[in-house]
Design a protein around this ligand. Structure first.
Ligand SMILES: *Cc1c(COP(=O)(O)O)cnc(C)c1O
Length: 383
């Protein structure tokens, strides 16, 4: 079955007693035991809840893994995965990383004796050079944020599996609709389901999927022990959002390519990063491995004053953090999403004071382009 069909199937016909097509929101903390030493399969909602389980089974199927896990946020999912490691362990990490993940690793997990090396994971030699005898895992983003570099999962998985390292892939920007890292050798995928999977900017959620059943047992142990689980209401919202993942992304990608081409031609735009453009360095690699290029664009404008002008004067496009929803959002990575990345690293990555990031939504693309156009055109004096 294709993944867009699988997405629609999530949670269907769970309730055979009433025949409810949409899974009920099982807003219950606890479940009555049928007898001593017996269970309905549900005992207490931290350990398992039917609405959450439907979501966990749905994402596991879509991602081709043995088991899925739903957490209260993307960061809670990543935190729970990091609990697999112990004092002294070292991880090699994509340098062009989501700011919140970088903050979690450097300011919290280093206090518990983990260490991290940040490298350009598109460069095999850099990855190999960073591996030490204490390295236990490689943590990558499949498409990075905000500069949209692609991780070659098959090549990285060869490196990992020859050395017994886990390969953990944050696949938030591509989703299983565009790339299924577990099929290409990753061990664990992790998602901020806040973004494309739920898709409506209405809930915060995280998901993880594990390939190997024994490793999945360990992840379950940590999910249940640390307890950062997703509630039933939010699980239902993610299921509802996920059903339209395929149609949303098809439209978002089509819009993104048109906007990227329009930006390329604009005289006040100096640089456009969008992997769907042939000149993007990872265009061919992504074409070979993934089903699409996603709908995130980063672009540089000719001056910092233009950054402010665009953020404040676009009307349809909201100046807001986050991404992946049906609404088009624009943000300023240096001051917002990547403020927690050390300034030297930001400079090396090309995150500067003229870089903007667009998360392209499903609106009519002509309206989006008109909105950008009027925001570029307005002069200070006309306010
Ligand atoms: C947003 C995001 C996260 C964090 O997820 P939350 O749901 O905000 O906790 C992690 N990784 C990436 C790539 C993200 O974009």
């Amino acid at each position: 079955m294709n993944i867009d069909t699988q997405a629609v199937q999530t949670g269907l016909e769970w309730d055979t007693r009433t025949g409810a097509l949409s899974i009920p929101i099982y807003q219950s903390a606890t479940f009555r035991h049928p007898g001593l030493g017996q269970s309905t399969g549900f005992d207490y909602s931290r350990s398992g809840n039917p609405t959450r389980l439907a979501l966990e089974q749905g994402i596991a199927r879509m991602d081709g893994g043995s088991r899925g896990f739903a957490f209260s946020s993307g960061m809670a999912a990543i935190t729970s995965l990091l609990l697999l490691f112990q004092e002294g362990d070292h991880l090699v990490v994509t340098e062009d990383l989501y700011g919140g993940t970088c903050r979690l690793f450097d300011r919290i997990f280093t206090r518990f004796g983990l260490s991290f090396s940040y490298v350009d994971t598109t460069d095999r030699e850099e990855v190999l050079a960073a591996i030490t005898p204490s390295t236990k895992a490689l943590f990558v983003e499949t498409l990075t944020n905000p500069l949209l570099k692609f991780a070659d999962i098959p090549a990285l998985s060869t490196i990992c599996h020859e050395r017994g390292l886990l390969l953990i892939a944050d696949n938030t920007f591509l989703t299983p609709y565009l790339l299924r890292p577990l099929e290409r050798g990753a061990d664990i995928t992790v998602y901020s389901a806040t973004k494309y999977l739920s898709g409506h900017n209405d809930t915060v959620a995280g998901l993880a999927v594990v390939r190997d059943p024994q490793l999945a047992e360990q992840v379950y142990f940590h999910q249940n022990s640390a307890g950062a689980v997703l509630g039933p209401q939010d699980s239902w919202l993610v299921i509802r959002g996920m059903k339209t993942l395929g149609v949303r992304l098809d439209r978002q990608q089509e819009n993104a390519l048109k906007i990227a081409r329009w930006l390329q031609r604009h005289p006040q735009v100096t640089r456009v990063h969008y992997p769907g453009l042939e000149e993007h360095p990872d265009h061919d690699l992504i074409r070979r491995h993934a089903r699409g290029f996603g709908a995130m664009i980063a672009f540089e404008v000719e001056s910092h004053s233009l950054v402010e002008q665009l953020l404040l004067r676009t009307q349809l496009i909201s100046f807001a953090e986050s991404l992946g929803g049906v609404e088009t959002l624009m943000t300023f990575p240096e001051g917002q999403t990547h403020a927690d990345i050390p300034p030297e690293l930001r400079a090396r990555l090309g995150i500067n004071d003229v870089l903007l990031r667009l998360s392209v939504g499903i609106e009519n693309v002509d309206d989006l382009i008109d909105d950008l156009n009027q925001a570029f055109n307005k002069r200070e004096t006309t306010v």
